[in-house]
Design a protein around this ligand. Structure first.
Ligand code: NAD
Ligand code: WQD
Length: 341
């Protein structure tokens, strides 16, 4: 029988790229999304890449009955990947209840559905934000979790605890928590990519819109950090590499009986890159000049963080393979396609 995976939030940035990788690995994604931060047209992009129309259900993933109905219509769902969440850090400070309600209700409903529908595997989209401002870099999965600095970050910490408690209480499936670092880039075909709404808060969407003339200049938040060039350091991970980690996680839970019931993995490159390096590399690989200036530090920003991804390599057999040059080319190619739309 076909192995289907329920992809909650599957029309979003990471979910859509993961659907491509799942299908290429022989799984059959079943997408559920309420379109709160995505568009149905993503299905067209997916169809162009995969060569088939993926099943899509417009529903709120908080709605357990709707989800159970979908599972009945789609026999053979063996696992869930939970991408469905609100993700804007600043907005979460202004609307904490909306973030707690959506992100945690979705998680609880999906866990209950996984139990009731006898699934075997559950993947959760966590974030390196759980490590906060860690003292030692790179961070491993053993690096202490620090108190969250935003309601969004707190939803990730609470979600990890909810999943761990549920698994320890005997949920009949395995769970993997993937702690993403900073996902960037797009599918090389430029048929799918990130769809930022309003003024982008994240670096690469802002860089792209500046290069495209939509924004006047990029403000680099802080050049007086204790880093080699004074700007913040992050671990920027190619979206296609990140997507592939979900396939490895599902494979492990379905195939490796002795695997622990719940595990966390860092999904990053292991390399720290500064904001200025991103700007310079983006300019170089795309033959562009990017207007930018230095601005004061952004409140709440962490000076530096990057992953130790050895556990993902040793246990999942996963590692990042795409170069930053290629990733920044795909980012710009996608922006140019967005302009054509
Ligand atoms: P995204 O907003 O592009 O995708 C999330 C999708 O979930 C959207 O299509 C949205 O419409 C859908 N959704 C939200 N609430 C829903 C609900 N109640 N019911 C059904 N669908 C719902 O975000 P993304 O960047 O693809 O992120 C996916 C996941 O990864 C999120 O959980 C996010 O917190 C996490 N994450 C993202 C990043 C990042 O930088 N993008 C980093 C770390 C973790
Ligand atoms: C990267 C760097 C900025 C915009 C956030 C969330 C985190 C995670 C990913 C989900 C920083 C600098 C940015 C700009 C700039 N999401 N910057 N000018 O802050 O690492 O992480 O998104 O879990 O939880 O906090 O990503 O892309 O916003 O910023 O100088 O206009 O770029 O200061 O150093 P961040 P980002």
């Amino acid at each position: 029988m076909e192995k289907k995976i329920l992809v909650a939030g599957g029309l979003g940035y990471i979910g859509s790229h993961t659907c491509v990788q799942l299908r290429e690995a022989g799984y059959h994604p079943v997408i559920v999304d309420n379109l709160s931060n995505s568009e149905v047209s993503v299905l067209d992009g997916l169809e162009k890449i995969i060569g088939e129309r993926l099943p899509f259900y417009e529903a709120d993933c908080q709605d357990k009955e709707a989800l159970i109905g979908i599972c009945k219509k789609e026999p053979g769902i063996v696992g869930i990947i939970n991408f469905a969440a609100y993700k804007a850090v600043g907005e979460s400070v202004e609307k904490p209840l909306s973030y707690y309600r959506n992100n945690l209700n979705v998680l609880i409903s999906l866990l209950e559905v996984a139990e009731e529908c006898r699934m075997k595997a559950f993947v959760f989209s966590s974030s390196c934000t759980v490590y906060g401002e860690a003292e030692i870099q790179p961070v491993t999965e053993e690096t202490p979790i620090l108190p969250a600095t935003s309601p969004y970050g707190n939803t990730k910490q609470i979600a990890e605890e909810i999943i761990t408690d549920a698994i320890h209480a005997g949920m009949p499936f395995k769970a993997i928590l993937l702690r993403y670092f900073n996902p960037i880039g797009a599918h090389p075909s430029a048929m799918i990519g990130e769809l930022p709404r309003g003024v982008p808060q994240n670096l690469l969407p802002y860089v792209c819109q500046t290069a495209a003339g939509i924004r006047k200049e990029l403000k680099i938040f802080g050049n007086d950090y204790d880093t080699p060039d004074g700007t913040c350091i992050r671990d920027y991970i190619d979206i296609n590499d990140l997507a592939n980690a979900h396939v490895k996680a599902i494979d492990r839970m379905l195939e490796v009986k002795e695997a622990p019931n719940v595990e966390a993995f860092n999904i990053g490159t292991g390399r720290g890159v500064s904001v200025l390096e991103i700007v310079k590399t983006f300019e170089k690989v795309n033959g562009l000049t990017l207007p930018y200036s230095f601005a004061p530090r952004r409140e709440g920003d962490i000076e530096k963080i990057w992953a130790d991804p050895k556990k993902a390599l040793n246990v999942l057999g996963w590692k990042a393979t795409r170069s930053l040059d290629d990733t920044l080319k795909s980012t710009w190619k996608w922006q140019m396609r967005l302009q054509e739309k």
